[in-house]
Ligand binder design. Structure first.
Ligand SMILES: Nc1ncnc2c1ncn2[C@@H]1O[C@H](COP(=O)(O)OP(=O)(O)OP(=O)(O)O)[C@@H](O)[C@H]1O
Length: 442
């Protein structure tokens, strides 16, 4: 969830604080109205109908409490996030009991502040946050939003990340969310095509261009039409082809091998690499001008070990897929297998996880996938005994993950998450506090 196009009111008399909050909220995509007095705010809020009011408690003239009380008299009043000084915390707590949403005490960290705004504002009314596509962890939820924004602007992207992290999945998502979703997505693995064939594969060739060219052939750039040309392992491109790719991007045209007439290039280029492209530029092995041309928007995909909350979610997805395909009698993944997966480092990232689940579903002897089915190389399950956490720790961890999933499903909304979980909101807050989850997680 982001603050994209959300209507936020800010009531803050301090010009420095107000200015910097407006700037930060606008950076998150919000549309912000800022008033410096309570009187102006009362008029403005009635007119602008914001989705949240962020309000300093101490103001010249009528103070934040009075603004809150007057605004809350109206039906459908927005939640308030109070900004308080240390001396006013008691007042803020009292106002929360009276129905204000939350408060932050000065000095506060901007991330904490944004988390609270996000939690209070909830998902946009009438807009259901879709099922996550890339993952439920915070970095992947953020990446999904970035993909949505990148899809709309249509510039070149450079997706970076270790092998198997899902760079192609991200590229396909951007394509699928773009206005050109009904056009082709052409994926080219620059490392897999022999370099002497690369040019004609990429740009196509005319009939008779070389021995064996019996007819005209349309290359990937041409077949991508108005869609996406996905260049995986772009760091592997030969220098002469790097020059041709640069020309393609700058002039938006190319020539088939053996041809003279330029062909218009209409697709968007998404490049991906697991190499250190900047390092290759420094070493003189990748053109700096091409690097800057493809790196208009950088999309780094984190390795799986840095977003462990995605592990159970991905396992569940792959499990249901493979169980249906193999028509398997296996009922599910045991919690011990989940614990083992959470402790593993996943050097092969999501690809490794997918392969391990596939093998486990195909070969598991029992009704539940055990740690040994996922990690047969680690020997008999008994070896895992020493790695077993105490029951309380395992229960806390399972509870934490379950709460995170509920929060992800509600876009961070605690009230809705509490309903899904069948517990009261206060109980949920208590549990989140105990389990080290901040509001805005998920
Ligand atoms: N978020 C995800 N949801 C479902 N499947 C995923 C996800 N991310 C990756 N995968 C799966 O993991 C495998 C590897 O993904 P992908 O090919 O996109 O990775 P990559 O980073 O492009 O790899 P490489 O660097 O080797 O080209 C694929 O089978 C893909 O379907």
């Amino acid at each position: 969830m982001s603050l994209e196009s959300r209507r936020i009111a800010l009531v803050e008399d301090d010009p420095v604080m107000g200015g910097s909050l407006v700037q930060r909220l606008s950076l998150e995509g919000a549309s912000v109205d800022w008033w410096q007095t309570g009187e102006d705010a009362l008029e403005g809020v009635a007119e602008r109908a914001p989705e949240i009011v962020i309000c300093d408690l101490r103001l010249p003239g009528i103070d934040g409490e009075e603004v809150f009380r007057k605004v809350s008299n109206a039906a459908g009043a927005p939640p308030f996030l109070f900004i308080t000084g240390f001396a006013e915390i008691d007042q803020a707590v009292r106002l929360m009991r009276a129905g204000a949403g939350d408060y932050v005490a000065k000095p506060f960290g901007i991330d904490d502040f944004l988390d609270r705004v996000q939690a209070l504002i909830g998902p946009e009314a009438g807009r259901r946050e879709g099922e996550p596509v890339l993952g439920v962890s915070k970095p992947m939820r953020g990446l999904e939003q970035l993909a949505g924004r990148a899809a709309r602007i249509g510039s070149s992207l450079l997706v970076t990340g270790e092998t198997g992290t899902g760079k192609e999945v991200v590229a396909r998502l951007v394509h699928g969310l773009s206005p050109a979703a009904d056009q082709p997505f052409m994926a080219v693995n620059c490392a897999a095509i022999p370099s002497d064939l690369m040019e004609s594969e990429l740009f196509g060739h005319e009939k008779g261009a070389f021995t064996g060219a019996h007819q005209r052939h349309a290359g990937y750039a041409e077949r991508a039409a108005g869609g996406t040309l996905f260049l995986d392992e772009v760091g592997e491109l030969r220098p002469d082809l790097q020059a041709k790719l640069l020309r393609l991007l700058e002039e938006r045209r190319f020539t088939r091998v053996g041809g003279e007439r330029p062909v218009e290039f209409r697709a968007r280029v998404i490049a991906a690499t697991n190499a250190d492209l900047e390092g290759l530029v420094r070493a003189g092995r990748f053109r700096a001008d091409l690097y800057y041309r493809i790196n208009v928007v950088a999309v780094p995909v984190p390795p799986l070990r840095e977003r462990r909350d995605d592990i159970p979610w991905l396992m569940e997805r792959f499990f249901s897929g493979f169980a249906a395909t193999f028509d398997s009698a296996v009922k599910g993944i045991s919690s011990l297998a989940e614990e083992a997966a959470l402790a593993h480092d996943w050097p092969g990232n999501v690809r490794e996880l997918r392969n391990r689940v596939e093998r486990a579903v195909a070969l598991s002897a029992g009704p539940w996938i055990g740690p040994g089915d996922l990690f047969p190389e680690q020997g008999p399950a008994a070896n895992l005994a020493s790695a077993l956490p105490p029951l309380e720790e395992a229960r806390d961890e399972a509870e934490r993950r379950h709460i995170l999933r509920a929060l992800a499903a509600t876009g961070g909304g605690t009230a809705a998450a509490a309903r899904i979980l069948g517990i009261g909101r206060t109980t949920l807050w208590e549990k989140m506090g105990r389990l080290g989850l901040k509001r805005g997680d998920g």
